[in-house]
Design a protein around this ligand. Structure first.
Ligand SMILES: Nc1nc2c(c(=O)[nH]1)N(C=O)[C@@H](CNc1ccc(C(=O)N[C@@H](CCC(=O)O)C(=O)O)cc1)CN2
Ligand SMILES: Nc1ncnc2c1ncn2[C@@H]1O[C@H](COP(=O)(O)OP(=O)(O)OP(=O)(O)O)[C@@H](O)[C@H]1O
Length: 184
C-alpha cells in the first residue's frame, strides 16, 4: 500500500509534527535557565523541586549537577532560613513540610546562585511567595555571608505591575522566564 493511501501514514505524520512541537516547547521552557546556568558552571546552585504549577527547573538542575553542586531547599522550622541539601537526579526523596520533596540525606550546601520559585514577580525584582518569608530570610542570611545571586524563575505570564513590597522582602537580582532573561 502506498503512503498516500495508508490512513496511518497521515496520522503518524501529524503525530510526529505534534510531538516535535511539544518537545520544542518543553525545551524552550527549561532552555533559558539551562543557558543561564551554562554560564556559571561549577558554582554551587540551589534549585527547587516544583509543586503545583510552578515552572519546572529540574532539567536545568540536572545539567548543572553534571558540572558542580546542586541543592534543594529544606524547611527546618517556621521563621527560620531554608537550608539546602545536595541534589542529583538519582537522590532518594521523601515528602517534607508543605508537600515539598526533599532529599532523605546528603551534604548541606551554601549556594552562590539561588533559583527562586514564586507566585508573581515585577520588573523591579519584587517577588510574591507563599507568605512564609522563607526565601526572604534565606537570601538575607546568605547575602550577609557573601555574594549570592537570586534568580527568580517563573512563567512570563506571572509578571505583575508593582507588587506590594515590605521592608524585609529580599529583591531578586534577575528573573528567568521561558522566553528569556529580565535584568533588574
Ligand atoms: N517548590 C518549592 N519548594 C519550596 C518552596 C516553594 O515555594 N516552592 N518554599 C518557599 O518558601 C519553601 C517551602 N515553603 C512553602 C510554604 C508554604 C507553602 C504553601 O503551600 N502554603 C499554602 C498557604 C499557607 C498559608 O498561607 O496558610 C498555600 O499556598 O496553599 C508551600 C511551600 C521551600 N521549598
Ligand atoms: N529577614 C526577615 N526577618 C524577619 N522577618 C522576616 C524576614 N523576611 C520576611 N520576614 C517576615 O516573614 C513574613 C512573610 O514574608 P512574605 O510575605 O514576604 O513571604 P514570601 O516571600 O511571600 O514567602 P516565601 O519566601 O516563603 O515564598 C512577613 O511577615 C515578613 O515580615
Amino acid at each position: 500500500m502506498s503512503g498516500c493511501d495508508d490512513p496511518k501514514a497521515a496520522a503518524r505524520k501529524a503525530a510526529l509534527a505534534r510531538r516535535a512541537e511539544a518537545h520544542r516547547a518543553a525545551r524552550g521552557r527549561a532552555g533559558a535557565l539551562s543557558s543561564f546556568l551554562a554560564g556559571h558552571r561549577g558554582v554551587p546552585v540551589a534549585g527547587y523541586l516544583p509543586i503545583r504549577s510552578e515552572i519546572d527547573p529540574v532539567p536545568a538542575m540536572a545539567e548543572a549537577a553534571a558540572h558542580g553542586p546542586v541543592a534543594v531547599p529544606v524547611v527546618e522550622a517556621e521563621a527560620t532560613p531554608l537550608r539546602f541539601r545536595a541534589w542529583t537526579p538519582d537522590v532518594r526523596l521523601t515528602e517534607g513540610p508543605f508537600g515539598v520533596q526533599v532529599p532523605v540525606e546528603g551534604e548541606w550546601v551554601t549556594p552562590e546562585i539561588v533559583i527562586v520559585p514564586m507566585l508573581a514577580f515585577d520588573r523591579r525584582g519584587g517577588r510574591l511567595g507563599y507568605g512564609g518569608g522563607f526565601y526572604d530570610r534565606t537570601l538575607a542570611a546568605l547575602r550577609a555571608q557573601g555574594p549570592v545571586l537570586a534568580v527568580g524563575f517563573a512563567y512570563a505570564g506571572q509578571e505583575m505591575d508593582d507588587l506590594p513590597l515590605e521592608e524585609t522582602d529580599a529583591p531578586l537580582d534577575m528573573i528567568v522566564t521561558e522566553s528569556g532573561v529580565i535584568d533588574i
